[in-house]
Write a protein that binds this ligand. Structure first.
Ligand code: BDP
Length: 611
């Protein structure tokens, strides 16, 4: 799905701002049919949970309503009118006046409603959105809704971040011409010093047969460097400037739809639609135990992150976007994983422009009932049994994967798809569950490697899916959940474990999570868990191990910043494994990482530039 962009033929009106807001319990029946009678207003984009000093809202399970009036620009006569949501978490029903115009499930991917003919240029309409935050074993991520003795519904889930909900990303009203560019795909390669750009443009709408497609690639100085005709083809950019980690370079692919002229000659008339797709020329490849970007070994340094800030929850915020990337660069991080869901498109656009490498993850987190058994001592429930996640969950997961790849396929920053976080890959049924998903991902995008983040219980001995993937991403907490406070023992177990993955699969291995909860300001001369020194020593121990394993291709610390979780005895106002606090102040470990990562410069320890 294309990102909304203005062009000579396309306009955008932002619908961000304050909307009327009400819980469904206060909204009356069919709240879309009239003005929402509520004293509350909620900002878009933002999660709604932390805005109000009201536990009923924060803990609400079910639907909430957002509403506002929208005036369609009067200059849009004859245009298509499209309403586009960056995301609604987790399910949306959208009404234009009394009419249902869209429904979407999946809280982290965009969707559109075509309002052409339903709303009218110059006129106002009432836009009402129902937002459902419920998670079940038919949603990704999954969860369970139960009814308590007081008759109130309660939501539980197996993932370790707060179930923020709402309209957390920008909402826009967009115009396109009646004949329009519906999709663009760009795949890049190299031929010596030249860049090879395969493109495909999909055209939809009226009189498509009378339309010709022409494209041109434009460099950052505005020079046209290649041109072609036709809905698909190959462009050659001589002396190409590559997109490199830490040194981004973007070209624009300008796609134009050209009408017939008055003699009926196709492609000789006026430009009826124009869309500009930025792209970077770079290659990604796994060869043996190496991860190559532009043919050069790349060593990942960085973090698993979250979209999580005070008050706005998972709401997208450009100020935090800029500041977080500043902190990434300050620590010497060259990459991050979009744990545990697709992030806002604005984040990926920014990564493209600033040369930060991204591992792009679906929202499939918590497909692991064994974790519950581990924490509670109860007998584990089989994760992939038909009554759990062996049924419809896989189809929903596939749909999410499809939407992720369709959205993010053109981002040069995205170098790998991560299909799930900590699935029960050690359990029976995991292979049957993941095989079709791997096949689908490879069909949709044959160019990017695939990974999944392996849970502690999945060992080199019992994991059932590692051979299906290209890179093994390992989450481990030796020295935290196991051998707490005993880094010497933790070090031995960690090394044995990682070497086991290398030996069994012969593929590149990276650490996708390692971290220790840390209370800022707590200091100790001993190996005291929760102290700032322990976090630094814990990370240093992992780094010693990584540096001894030549097949190792990267390290992503868990987590970039402290983040909110559901309440529980394992969490003190959230997860504190951040190297930065929730308000982005560095803990001691941030300085240690900065020393190490700037020294590495994106290469394996001991590997010189150009090796
Ligand atoms: C891992 C999960 C991550 C958690 C982390 C932790 O992948 O989401 O936040 O553990 O416990 O199992 O801190």
């Amino acid at each position: 799905m294309l990102s909304p962009r203005t062009s000579p033929t396309r306009d955008i009106v932002s619908l961000d701002g304050l909307w009327r807001f009400a819980l469904d319990t206060h909204a009356g029946a069919a709240p879309w049919t009239s003005r929402l009678l509520s004293p509350l207003e909620a900002p878009v984009p933002a999660s709604y949970n932390d805005l109000f000093v009201d536990a009923e809202i924060r803990d609400h399970v079910g639907v909430v309503w957002y509403q506002r009036e929208v005036r369609v620009p009067r200059g849009w006569a004859g245009e298509r009118v499209v309403l586009r949501f960056g995301s609604v978490t987790h399910a949306a029903q959208v009404y234009a006046d009394d009419r249902l115009v869209a429904e979407h499930t999946g809280g982290y991917t965009p969707f559109e409603a075509d309002l052409t003919g339903i709303v009218h240029p110059g006129a106002e309409f009432r836009l009402t959105v129902g937002v459902d935050n419920r998670l079940t074993n038919e949603t990704i991520p999954p969860g369970t809704v139960t009814t308590g003795p007081d008759g109130r519904e309660r939501q539980s889930y197996l993932h370790d971040f707060y179930n923020y909900a709402g309209i957390a990303r920008p909402v826009r009203l967009c115009s396109t011409p009646p004949t329009f560019v519906e999709d663009v795909t760009v795949v890049t390669g190299r031929d010596g010093a030249a860049g090879i750009v395969e493109y495909r443009a999909e055209v939809a709408g009226e009189a498509v047969d009378a339309i010709a497609v022409r494209v041109r690639a434009v460099d950052e100085a505005g020079r046209i460097v290649a041109e072609a005709h036709g809905p698909e083809g190959v462009l050659r950019i001589e002396d190409v400037t590559l997109w490199r980690p830490g040194a981004a370079y973007l070209y624009d692919l300008v796609v134009e739809l050209v009408a017939e002229d008055e003699t009926g000659a196709t492609g000789a008339g006026e430009v009826v639609d124009s869309y500009t797709q930025p792209f970077g020329v770079r290659t990604v490849e796994v060869r043996g135990t190496e991860f190559l970007i532009n043919g050069e070994p790349f060593y990942f340094t960085g973090f698993g992150k979250h979209e999580d800030t005070l008050v706005r929850g998972k709401g997208h915020d450009d100020a935090y976007l800029v500041h977080d990337f500043q902190l990434l660069q300050w620590t010497g991080a060259n990459s991050f994983r979009t744990s545990h869901y697709p992030y806002a498109e604005e984040v990926l656009d920014f990564a493209d422009r600033h040369g930060i490498v991204v591992i792009d993850e679906t929202a499939a987190v918590g497909l692991n009932l064994g974790v519950m058994g581990g924490l509670t001592g109860q007998a584990p429930t089989p994760t992939f049994a038909p009554e759990n996640f062996g049924g419809i969950t896989g189809d929903v997961h596939a749909q999410h994967l499809r939407e992720l790849i369709e959205r993010d396929k053109n981002h040069p920053s995205v170098v790998m798809w991560c299909l799930a976080n900590e699935p029960a890959s050690n359990e029976d049924g995991a292979r049957e569950y993941f095989e079709p998903l791997v096949e689908l991902a490879r069909k949709l995008d044959p160019t990017r490697p695939l990974t999944y983040a392996a849970v502690m219980f999945a060992t080199p001995q019992n994991d059932q899916i590692g051979d299906l993937f290209d890179v093994l991403s390992i989450n481990r907490y030796y020295g935290w959940y196991l051998f707490t406070g005993d880094l010497a023992t933790a070090e031995q177990y960690l090394e044995k474990d990682l070497r086991g993955w290398v030996r069994r699969f012969g593929k590149p291995v990276m650490m996708s999570e390692y971290g220790a909860d840390t209370q800022p300001g707590l200091h100790s001369v001993w190996d005291t868990p929760w102290s700032e020194e322990y976090q630094s020593d814990y990370l240093a121990m992992y780094h010693r191990v990584f540096d001894r394993i030549s097949e190792f291709i990267g390290e992503h610390v868990w987590n970039f910043a402290d983040f909110q979780t559901s309440a529980g005895i394992h969490r003190v106002d959230g997860n504190k494994k951040g190297v930065f606090t929730r308000d982005r102040k560095p803990k001691t470990a941030a300085f240690a990482l900065r020393g190490r990562w700037h020294g590495l410069g994106g290469r394996k320890p001991g590997q010189a530039a150009g090796d």
